[in-house]
Design a protein around this ligand. Structure first.
Ligand code: ZN
Ligand code: ZN
Ligand code: ZN
Ligand code: ZN
Length: 159
């Protein structure tokens, strides 16, 4: 074994210097031989510095400060991992946790279960393109929103 660890970038990724007399390793990313002076070792495989990248955004993971996450045979950067697999948060309607993988609806900084995303007064569901309103953190359909405004004494703006 003639690789020596230069430094551990992160738990999971090591940068190794390749001794010239070594038989080149195959890169797990592009399957070509690695003839560079340095290579990356991650997940018990060897990689070109350029080949170890996020499956989503193509950012290079061999760079200091990046973090490698794997799941379901995907190699991902932290951002994409969290986006895809992280816990999404709590549903703003039922306040239960929304597990990773689940489709969510987003309104401003709130997330909702797909099933919970309905007018919280009349339960009307929204289709893509439908108008909805967010008032006191409640989702409202246009009718209920405007009714609420009228009760408060504000007439809806008629244009
Ligand atoms: Zn490669
Ligand atoms: Zn990424
Ligand atoms: Zn919910
Ligand atoms: Zn409604």
């Amino acid at each position: 074994m003639t690789f020596k660890a230069l430094f551990v970038l992160l738990p999971g990724i090591q940068m190794l210097s390749v001794q010239p007399d070594t038989k080149p390793k195959g890169c797990a990313g592009c399957n070509r031989k690695i003839k560079d002076r340095y290579l990356l070792k991650a997940l018990d495989k060897y990689w070109h510095e350029d080949c170890l990248k996020c499956a989503c955004c193509d950012c290079r993971l061999g760079e200091v400060g990046s973090t490698l996450y794997t799941k379901a045979n995907l190699i991902l950067c932290r951002r994409d991992y969290l986006r895809l697999f992280g816990v999404t948060g709590n549903c703003a309607a039922c306040s239960k946790l929304i597990p990773a993988f689940e489709m969510v609806m987003r309104a401003k900084e709130n997330v909702y279960h797909l099933d919970c995303f309905a007018c919280q007064l009349c339960n009307q569901r929204f289709c893509v393109g439908d108008k909805f309103f967010l008032k006191n953190n409640m989702i409202l359909c246009q009718t209920d929103y405007e009714e609420g405004l009228m009760k408060e004494g504000y007439a809806p703006q008629v244009r």
